[in-house]
Write a protein that binds this ligand. Sequence first.
Ligand code: ADP
Length: 296
Amino acid sequence: MELRIRNLSKTYANGVVALDKVSLTIPAGMFGLLGPNGAGKSTLMRTLATLQECDAGSVFFGDLDVLDEKDEIRRLLGYLPQDFGVYPKVTAYELLDHFAVLKGLSHRARRREVVDGLLQQTNLFEVRHQRLGGFSGGMRQRFGIAQALLGDPKLIIVDEPTAGLDPQERVRFHNLLSDIGDDKTVLLSTHIVSDVADLCANMAIINKGNVLLCGEPQKLIDAIDGKIWARFVAKHELAAFQQQHAVISTRLLTGRTLIHVYAERDPGAGFEPAIADLDDVYFATIAGRHTAAVNR
Ligand code: ADP
């Protein structure tokens, strides 16, 4: 089912505009909402998860009015918040079983089946009788997905799920998310480009409460291809290059500084054409260099 967000706005009491007329159409499958810290992702996620009020706008999931029919939406919703806390002294099985009761799974044998199934799906079955306090960050996030999947939700919202995971755990978590199924609408918020590159059929880039870019990752990469140029620079040269060129990213590679610039034509000065990737799309967009058509 499709999630349609129209002109959603939110200004906090301190005057911060967290969402500024956000409009997005999110089809079934995995959708990545990419943006730096403070972009407004969590505000959007919490609003969609019916946990926070917005000031204006509308959101529909199929025919359901998300902002108005909160109880109905909650029945279809699985949510993994950014700061998912667990009770450290209870076991994975006990807590998931408890959440299952809260979700209305009152039939004991059926509940056991569901809880065991989810623990298996998230690769936690072997450790189900261990206390959550002893779980690693990755195990805890997988437990978070298990609880989000209770009740067979149609809309799944995961807020910054891979922040703080080591590379191996991140891959494991990606595999888990990619198995959730194409018939569900999964909204993944992240500041990590590879989360989106690895997983998402559709994406949007958000910054300062505004949607800057939206579309299929490969198409967004194709649109920028031929406009990204790279070269190594010495550290003391960096400031001058930043003044003369539209530098979108700098990173260290084997101890040297590699810069990418955005330019319609060959900027000369020793730059080589680079094969564009989603990092380039993201950094060029956030730097305000790239404004491909925003398709909402
Ligand atoms: P993200 O999830 O992308 O990091 P947030 O939605 O958490 O972004 O925050 C968007 C902006 O709103 C930030 O500037 C943040 O400081 C501000 N903000 C978030 N929550 C509150 C709040 N409860 N009160 C005031 N400002 C807030």
